[in-house]
Design a protein around this ligand. Sequence first.
Ligand code: FAD
Length: 399
Amino acid sequence: TRLYGVCDYYDAESLLTGDERRVLGRLRSFLDREARPVLADYWERGEFPTHLEQPLIDLDLMEPAEGGALRPRSTPARGIYQGFRIFELARTDASLATWYTAQAGLFRTAIRVGASAEQQEKWMPQVIDFSLKGVFSLTEPESGSDIAGGLSTTARREKTRDGDIWVLDGAKRWIGGAATADVLAVFARDVADGQVKGFLVDREADGVALEKIRGKTSLRMMQNAHITLSSVRVPESMRLHNVNSFRDVAAMLRAMRSDVAWIATGIQAGAFEAALSYVTGRHQFGRPLGSFQLIQEKLARMLGNVTASLSLVVRLTEQQAKGIYRDQDSALAKMQTCLLMRETVALARELVGGNGITLETDVARFHADAEAVYSYEGTHDINALIIGRALTGVSAFAP
Ligand code: FAD
């Protein structure tokens, strides 16, 4: 039996192995049984359902062992399988998918790309089993899209009797999951050479202050923090030794943007399924809503969007599995899936009528959450400019 039915129109799941599908099936059952019933309540309260974290971790989401049937833990999971795990989470809830990709995508990529071989040997097993939880702290209050040039958090190297340390000063904004993390991967500019360097900062270190960003109207379950760093001391051993300039950070962003394209695809699948089920059950004018031509046109457009997005991310992931990583490739996937997502969730909301603005149906949550996904990991404009630069050879980022 197929896991994804109509929302995987061209049967992309046939690219998965039987074992991979079985783990995804277990994830599906857990989400349906334990997560779905409580999501609206947590969303409304603006809290993350932390009781779901450990059971999700226990499902071996990062590197499934499966008694050796899947790849051993030491080698990364297949991209396509990783993509479907994100898809499955996002099709249930965008905050759950964001929580997962914060560790499995953002933080893990910071270690994979930024840490030296010795550091990776020490940290990676803990990253994979979530015993070292981390977040990616790049954006600043005054620098979002122009973070490459505008990054102003500083790092100053000092010699002490116990070895070299770095002193960090500045602020970071929007950092997802920071309040429950063990360490913050912080990117700061070395005052000596002006280059961006990376550091793992203990969340409880002296000088680290976290403030929850309140009043969010999107991704309300996901906790985002405003972080202030005041003379925070970090030992040289906790510097990410392979981050020597913003180029190295850009290499991380390239890998992470594809995860967001999978999230944008999963959100569409969730919204489409919820709307389809609604119009099948609700009657107006003595007939099911789904029997009207105008409703069917909207359903067809939504399915077209989901199918186009899934085809796009599957192909991108296949390219990446071959080692082809270009800025413009993941930028295109992020930009296009998010454009389609905005239309899909708006159509879903429309089909559910007045009930589409309450948390009673899942549609309102998908509709609201899509807005944050549209903006994070490079806005539409920034990803379009990355593609434009590749097409024309001219960077239009700054006048
Ligand atoms: P701005 O850069 O101020 O942009 C505002 C508007 O101007 C946008 O529409 C943008 O497209 C447009 N714009 C900017 N420059 C140009 C230009 N040259 N040409 C045309 N238009 C332009 N960051 C992290 O480091 N870690 C995280 O974990 C993290 N999680 C996040 C979670 C959420 C829910 C959100 C909302 C954000 C998160 N971010 C995180 C930050 C995110 O990456 C930034 O919000 C994003 O990069 C945009 O920056 P900004 O919000 O400062 O917008």
